[in-house]
Write a protein that binds this ligand. Structure first.
Ligand code: JD8
Length: 424
C-alpha cells in the first residue's frame, strides 16, 4: 500500500518511523511518503494561511498550496500503487482522506475498508481548517474520492494526530505488518465486543501496597473450552458495562459479527401489513440522506402510506426482522425500460444497526434474487450520500457520468458476473 501525507508539520509524522509501522516501511510492505505543504507555497514567507472571509477568529488554509500539493501527490503514480492484477490502464489515483471534526466517525469498519485501498493520501489541516474549495477541487477536478474523517467528538488543533491513528489502525491490518494475524481476530471492535482482560506471570502478584492479587484460576486450568467461555463472558460483561451501544448491535444482529450479517435474522417477502413499519423505517433512514444532500423533498421522506403499499405492487420487496423488529429492507425489479437491468431500491438499515455489514448483505440478497437473464444491476443515490456511494463502490458499482434518474442524484451500475457470489 502507498500512503502520502501532506502537512505543515511533517516531523509530526515521525512516530511512523518507529515500531511495527517503521519495520513495515523498511520491509517494503508500506510505501509511506510525507510532504511539507510549505514546499508548495512560493511567496517569500511560504505562507499557507490567510484571514477568513466573513470574519471570525483564526486563519484559514489557502487553496493554492493545497492544490499544488495534491496535484503533485496524485500525479506522482510510479506504479507502486497499481491495483494488483487490475488491467485498468488509467493511472492509479489516491483516495483522499481529510481529517476533520465534522467528518464521518473513524471506526474499525472504516479501517478495514481503507486497508483494502492500494493508495491513500492524507491532507492534514491546521488553523481553522482548509478552504472549502480545495475539497471540491480534489473531488471534481482531480477526480479523487474524498472522505472527511473524524477521530472522535472532541477538538484537536490539526489533522496530524488523526493521521497517526488512522495510519496505524489501517497499516496493522495489512498482511505481514503484525506478526501473527491471529491476534487480529478477537480484538475489540473487530467483532462488535470489547476485548477480554489479559494476564501474565507471576500468577500471584503482590503490589507495593502489600495487596496480593492472583490470576483467575480458569486461566491456569489448561482447559481451553472453559478458558474460551470465560473470556467470551468477560467480553460480554465488559461491553455491557462500558459500551452498551455495541452490545445492542451485536445482540440485535447475532450473525453480523461472526459471518453473514443476515444470519439469525428473519428475511421475508414484504406484505401490505409491513407498510406502516416500512414507512417509518424510510423516514428514519432518509433523514441523514436529506441532510447530506441539502433537501428533504425526497420520496422516502414525503411518500404516503398508500404510496408504500403501491410500491409493494411494483417492486419485489424484502423485510429483515430481528426478534420481530423491522431492522432493514430492500426491493428489486426489472427496469421498466430495459428487461436485462435489475433495479435495486430502498436499501435501508435501521440507523442504530448501520455499520455492521447488513446493508452489504441486503444488497447481495437482492442481487441474487434477480432473474437469470438479468445482466446489469442499477442503483441510485444522492450525490452527497458519501456513505452509500462508498458501500456501493465497495460492492463493485460504478457511477454513471452525469445527472442520475432524479435531480441531485447519481446512478450506479454493475455488470452481473456469471457464477459470482451475487448469483446466490
Ligand atoms: C483537522 C484544523 C482545528 C478544527 C477550529 C480547532 C479529526 N476528531 C477531531 N477533532 N479535531 C479534529 C481536527 C481539527 C482540525 C483539523 C482535524 C484542522 N483543526 C480546527 C475546527 C475548529 N480548529 C479531528 N480528525
Amino acid at each position: 500500500m502507498r500512503l502520502d501525507v501532506v502537512s505543515i508539520f511533517p516531523e509530526y509524522l515521525s512516530p511512523l518511523d518507529l515500531s511495527l509501522i517503521g519495520k513495515a516501511r523498511r520491509d517494503g510492505l508500506l510505501d509511506l511518503r510525507v510532504h511539507d505543504l510549505r514546499d508548495f507555497a512560493h511567496d517569500r514567507h511560504q505562507s499557507v494561511d490567510d484571514t477568513p472571509y466573513g470574519g471570525g477568529a483564526g486563519m484559514v488554509m489557502k487553496p493554492q498550496p493545497w492544490a499544488e500539493a495534491l496535484a503533485h501527490v496524485a500525479g506522482s503514480d510510479d506504479g507502486g500503487a497499481a491495483v494488483a492484477g487490475s488491467d485498468d490502464p488509467a493511472p492509479a489515483r489516491p483516495r483522499l482522506i481529510v481529517p476533520g471534526p465534522g467528518g464521518v466517525p473513524f471506526s474499525q469498519a472504516l479501517a478495514r475498508e481503507l486497508a483494502g485501498e492500494p493508495w491513500l493520501a492524507f491532507a492534514c489541516g491546521r488553523y481553522e481548517g482548509i478552504d472549502e474549495r480545495v475539497y471540491e477541487h480534489a473531488a471534481q477536478d482531480l477526480g479523487l474520492e474524498v472522505t472527511v474523517v473524524s477521530l472522535g467528538d472532541y477538538v484537536l488543533n490539526g489533522g496530524e494526530v488523526a493521521v497517526l491513528a488512522i495510519v496505524e489502525a489501517v497499516a496493522r491490518l495489512l498482511p505481514g505488518v503484525i506478526g501473527n494475524a491471529e491476534s487480529l481476530v478477537e480484538e475489540s471492535h473487530e467483532d462488535g465486543l470489547l476485548e477480554y482482560p489479559v494476564y501474565t506471570k507471576p500468577s500471584s502478584w503482590e503490589s507495593a501496597s502489600g495487596v496480593r492479587r492472583d490470576v483467575p484460576p480458569v486461566l491456569l486450568s489448561g482447559d481451553h473450552g472453559r478458558i474460551a467461555a470465560w473470556r467470551h463472558q468477560q467480553r460480554l460483561e465488559r461491553t455491557a458495562a462500558r459500551r452498551p451501544d455495541l452490545l445492542h448491535a451485536s445482540q440485535a444482529m447475532p450473525g453480523a459479527a461472526a459471518t453473514g450479517a443476515l444470519e439469525g435474522l428473519d428475511v421475508s417477502t414484504a406484505t401490505p401489513a409491513d407498510a406502516p413499519e416500512l414507512l417509518t423505517l424510510s423516514r428514519a433512514c432518509w433523514v441523514t440522506e436529506g441532510r447530506a444532500n441539502g433537501s428533504f423533498d425526497i420520496p422516502p421522506l414525503v411518500e404516503s402510506l398508500a404510496d408504500v403499499v403501491d410500491g409493494l405492487g411494483q417492486w419485489q420487496t424484502w423485510t429483515v426482522r430481528s426478534a420481530g423488529r423491522l431492522v432493514g429492507s430492500v426491493r428489486g425489479r426489472r427496469d421498466p425500460s430495459d428487461d436485462a437491468t435489475w433495479q435495486v431500491g430502498r436499501l435501508m438499515v435501521a440507523p442504530d444497526l448501520q455499520g455492521h455489514g447488513l446493508g452489504r448483505a441486503l444488497l447481495a440478497h437482492v442481487e441474487a434474487a434477480a432473474p437469470s437473464d438479468v445482466t446489469t444491476y442499477w442503483i441510485n443515490t444522492g450525490r452527497g450520500s458519501e456513505r452509500n456511494l462508498r458501500t456501493y463502490r465497495k460492492a463493485g458499482y460504478r457511477a454513471v457520468p452525469g445527472e442520475g434518474a432524479y435531480p441531485g442524484t447519481v446512478d450506479l451500475t454493475k455488470k452481473r458476473v456469471r457464477g459470482s457470489v451475487d448469483e446466490g
